[in-house]
Design a protein around this ligand. Sequence first.
Ligand code: KIV
Length: 273
Amino acid sequence: MSAAKGNDYKRITTHVLQEMKDNGEKISMLTAYDFSMARILDAAGIDILLVGDSASNVMAGHETTLPITLEEMIYHASSVIRAIQRTLVVVDLPFGTYQSNPMKALESSIRIMKEAGAHAVKLEGGREVAKAINKILEAGIPVMGHLGLTPQSIYKFGTYSVRAREEEEAERLLADAKLLEKLGCFALVLEKIPAGLGGEVARSLRIPVIGIGAGGEVDGQVLVVHDMLGLNKDFNPRFLRRYMNLFEDIRIAVEHYISDVKSSDFPNEQEQY
Ligand code: KIV
């Protein structure tokens, strides 16, 4: 066990995440959408994998998260679930599968749990989705909340800029965070809000608060895996730390391969039967 990795938990559950917060151990979370990547992230010891509706952007090439369907999320989630041994897998409820009524929210969540084998669902919003959250929790399905910048509401916000800079919105966010905890959410994601507010929410709640662009005083961090590995070279928000430049590395490798094929260098004697 390395100090940076923290306790050597064999399997991450919602209870383990609470224990981590109680012990002051930071929680690591990344997105994953397919079997091969999820297997690497699980082997590396990531605590939570989020099958995010950001799959709509990074896997399908849509401009927003709105078009992705429940069937597509179940496909991605079941691929991730088949790869993991240790990590907790949370799956986003896509746009249009929970907002209209609590029964629909429950039915969508049951499909994700049953057909993909997920461990929990995540949905965006505060008081306006309280009844949906209640209904899902009543069925024994763990729910992760998501406040701040909620990309499914992009057409209401108009931009992807930092949320809750003004006092009124910050107060509303804090009240929503407390409500989500009271309802029984096991954790909360805060996206793109001032660091001070992120810290205030994390200190005000007992449940773990995981940030993406919410500063360092929260209980854990989440990034989109394509962004932190540099597969997306055109997305450069301030909160992003890039650990690799895979766009360039893959481009160079593929150029090399093309050149080897064209020159008949590949395959050589040892690479054939
Ligand atoms: O869909 C997603 O990737 C997310 C993260 C940004 C938290 O919701």
